[in-house]
Design a protein around this ligand. Structure first.
Ligand SMILES: Nc1ncnc2c1ncn2[C@@H]1O[C@H](COP(=O)(O)OP(=O)(O)OP(=O)(O)O)[C@@H](O)[C@H]1O
Ligand SMILES: [Mg+2]
Length: 139
């Protein structure tokens, strides 16, 4: 069975907490799994990026979770599509530029898709019980 949960969130820094709480409620209601802490951190970084880089003028962003049979997709949709979501070169002295690196380390796959009126940054978390033959996971 495929599940979907989504919520539109106002784009100011306080809403990162709302985005995280919403995502974890949906995740828990679907039975959770041992990757909950990783998922929580990725939602925080994705939502923080939507607020900081992806939603000018305080436009809202959307948090969406989809659960196909063997994985969980966590997506954040925002309203800019010109900017490039990337992993900056590692620099020990830089004060920022670590969020996407954390996401890359914690999820199994991530990607960005341009949409009408904005973009989606997607992550995929494979479920531990996924059979080896179903390991492919395109977010
Ligand atoms: N949703 C987004 N919209 C537009 N640009 C983005 C978005 N997410 C990330 N980026 C771009 O990718 C870069 C890297 O993102 P990353 O989260 O790693 O760093 P940061 O947000 O600048 O700093 P930190 O997350 O450490 O506070 C950002 O500086 C920004 O240029
Ligand atoms: Mg960031």
């Amino acid at each position: 069975m495929r599940h979907l949960a989504q919520q539109t969130v106002g784009a100011d820094p306080q809403t990162v907490r709302d985005a995280r709480d919403f995502a974890m409620r949906a995740f828990d209601s679907w039975g959770g799994c041992r990757r909950g802490d990783d998922i929580r951190l990725c939602v925080s970084e994705l939502a923080g990026n939507a607020v900081q880089h992806g939603s000018p003028d305080g436009r809202t962003y959307l948090v969406r979770l989809i659960r196909p049979p063997y994985c969980l997709h966590v997506e954040v949709h925002d309203t800019t599509h010109h900017s490039r979501v990337h992993i900056p070169p590692a620099s020990p002295s830089a004060e920022t530029g670590r969020g996407m690196r954390i996401i890359q380390e914690l999820c199994d796959d991530w990607g960005m898709q341009t949409l009408t009126g904005g973009k989606a940054v997607r992550t995929c978390f494979r479920r531990p019980e996924a059979p080896t033959s179903r390991r492919s996971c395109t977010p």
